[in-house]
Design a protein around this ligand. Structure first.
Ligand SMILES: [Zn+2]
Length: 310
């Protein structure tokens, strides 16, 4: 009886979550309104996250049909409608909650997203990934370097320190890629094979001197053990493993030395060298070599299947 009385006197609101935000709710709360009771006068952000939806996924909140910020306090009796990024309707950009979009989308990926990291790099997007980043490192890198944190960890995306993050609904890496391209409108920015799938370095014509003015040169990279899409040979220049004594955002770029180039070329199969001599390219950071081949056709097919054109 006491709990019943408490329920009757407790303030409550009617909540409705739209579109893919329903993925974070139990089935009975999807595609419908439901009553949610609470204590005190919590912020609407606090209640949304307590119901399971990370703040990074919310683009617009209406309380009694008026747009409100995350900090809006609830007192009881309100109707709360919560919309994700892609719910289009005529309210104008000024009402949206997302922080200012980053001028150039750059990413840092949670530890389980190695394949997605490779794909994003292959499309030319600056993507940090290590399979040993912990949550604090991911949050620190995202904030310090203004990188969008991609994750399937709902708890991580609820962290208040995070300003730019996105939950990936898909589990298949290629579908995750499509999701990221849609959410951040990347299709027009795709620059295929301009970054190294292995370490995130810039890829350019073979033997070209590293661009000392490239602001990305001091960004950290990561060898991705899952990266395997591009055909490549580089037995002499395996990237250095992480030094556990170093912070994660420091690396020592080691440009290809001219005297090593001859040995690198000798490591390439002769038929590949004959056929693609003018089309070889190389990562300016780790020295990884790339050349056109049947792997490119396969990769294009695989990405075309999920609507990513390269
Ligand atoms: Zn590389």
């Amino acid at each position: 009886m006491a709990s019943l009385l408490r329920q009757c006197t407790q303030p409550s609101c009617e909540f409705r979550f739209y579109e893919e935000l329903g993925d974070f709710l139990p089935p009975e709360r999807r595609k419908c309104s439901f009553v949610h009771a609470f204590d005190g006068t919590p912020s609407v952000k606090d209640r949304i996250e307590s119901l399971g939806v990370p703040h990074t996924e919310v683009d617009l909140i209406l309380v009694d049909d008026e747009p409100v910020p995350f900090s809006r306090r609830l007192t009881g009796g309100e109707r709360v409608a919560v919309y994700p990024m892609f719910e289009r309707f005529e309210l104008g950009e000024a009402n949206r909650l997302r922080p200012t979009p980053l001028r150039e989308p750059r990413f840092v990926l949670d530890v389980h997203l190695g394949r997605l990291a490779s794909y994003l790099r292959l499309l030319g997007f600056d993507t940090l990934y290590r399979n040993d980043y912990d949550d604090e490192e991911l949050l620190a890198i995202s904030r310090a370097q203004r990188r969008i944190l991609l994750s399937r960890d709902i708890g991580l995306l609820k962290r208040s320190a995070l300003t730019h993050g996105a939950f990936l609904h898909a589990t298949d890496p290629r579908r995750q890629l499509r999701e990221v391209c849609d959410r951040f409108q990347l299709d027009a920015r795709i620059a295929p094979f301009s970054r190294c799938a292995r370490c995130n370095g810039k890829v350019g014509p073979l033997g070209a001197a590293p661009d000392e003015h490239d602001p990305d040169r001091d960004q950290p990279g990561k060898r991705d053990p899952d990266a395997g899409e591009p055909e490549r040979r580089d037995p002499e220049r395996a990237p250095a493993e992480r030094d556990p004594g170093k912070p994660p955002d420091v690396r020592d770029p080691e440009p290809q030395k001219p005297e090593k180039l001859g040995r690198t070329l000798r490591a390439i199969p002769a038929n590949v060298l004959d056929e693609h001599a003018d089309a070889l390219s190389q990562c300016g950071d780790c020295g990884q070599l790339y050349w056109p081949g049947s792997h490119l056709i396969r990769l294009r097919q695989r990405l075309a299947e999920v609507g990513v054109p390269i």
